[in-house]
Ligand binder design. Structure first.
Ligand code: ADP
Ligand code: MG
Length: 293
């Protein structure tokens, strides 16, 4: 490509709500045959809300939310903000805790006056030595089949509740994915969330393939595997945990409303954070580079 062609490309990009940070990206884009999309904040709005509060033993809902919010108040995770917000809506403020720890891809834990509180996955509960009976496990699966993320809450070694959290899909995700598929692209969802929730969301937006339960540091490894199997890969993501995968992909596409780290790792930035921007980038790539050949 000539510098002029790249400039024309970038100028058109700006009009289309696409910021091209690396000129080559728009040239590579026309050869991409697989698009990997992060779930939370990319396909979904990334603004989850608590929809279900289930308690076990003699725990009541408000107290459960208070305990969970006390731990989550130390976390910036979207799920954490949802839990704190739900507690506030019931008139309770997060309390005091010590020894807060963020267990990457699994959840959070901290020490309260009467013991440790954990909020997160089954794997976090296992780490805390908390037993999960058959019923809570089934209830969790039911929430996940409704496309919700469900997190366990434990207190002083016992399972005390289950919180269901829903994150709506963005209005234009489904349409954009259907058009990407029409262009012959393979679409894949990549998420740290569990497989059931991932698949339920994928079904809503028409994505065929889901890679779930991926720990943050493994996302770029999944991109590498796709590249090794012969794909030219574009990755779309918004989170800190997506940054290495955005760098690894042949084209990294950052959601402009996402984290700074993701934006800095993107070759292309979707300024308004909407998935149809990916289609505009592909069309721009085709238009720009067919003209000058
Ligand atoms: P995603 O890729 O969807 O953003 P993450 O890797 O951030 O997912 O998290 C994976 C899973 O770990 C979540 O679905 C949740 O079950 C658990 N988790 C992570 N952080 C928290 C938190 N602050 N509170 C509760 N659960 C959490
Ligand atoms: Mg995300």
């Amino acid at each position: 490509a000539t510098p002029t062609a790249l400039m024309v490309g970038s100028g058109l990009g700006a009009e289309n709500g696409i910021l091209i940070r690396k000129g080559e990206a728009i040239q590579v884009m026309k050869d991409v045959d697989a698009i990997v999309l992060d779930k939370t904040g990319t396909i979904t709005k990334g603004k989850p809300e608590v929809t279900d509060v289930l308690t076990f033993g003699d725990m009541d809902e408000t107290r459960l939310l208070e305990l969970a919010a006390t731990v989550e108040n130390n976390s910036e995770h979207p799920l954490a903000r949802a839990v704190v917000e739900a507690a506030r809506q019931r008139g309770v403020e997060p309390g005091k805790s010590t020894g807060f720890e963020n267990v990457t891809g699994k959840g959070v834990k901290a020490i309260l006056s009467d013991g440790a509180v954990g909020v997160g996955t089954a794997s976090l509960m296992e780490e805390l030595g908390v037993e999960i009976a058959a019923e809570p496990s089934t209830q969790k699966e039911q929430l996940e089949e409704q496309a919700k993320t469900a997190v366990y809450v434990s207190y002083a070694g016992n399972l005390i509740g289950l919180i269901g959290i829903a994150d709506e899909v963005k209005e234009d995700s489904k349409q954009a994915i259907s058009e990407l598929k029409k262009l012959g692209l393979k679409t894949i969802m990549l998420t740290g969330d569990n497989e059931k929730t991932g698949k339920a969301i994928a079904q809503k937006v028409g994505i065929d393939e889901v890679i779930a339960g991926v720990l943050p540091d493994q996302k770029s490894e999944e991109i590498r595997k796709l590249q090794e199997s012969g794909h030219m890969v574009a990755m779309v993501g918004d989170g800190i945990n997506d940054a290495p995968a955005l760098t690894r992909a042949d084209v990294g596409i950052a959601i402009g409303t996402g984290t700074d780290v993701a934006i800095e790792s993107g070759d292309i930035v979707l300024v308004k954070g909407d998935l149809p921007g990916v289609l505009r980038a592909i069309k721009l790539s085709n238009a720009t580079f067919k003209k000058i050949k």
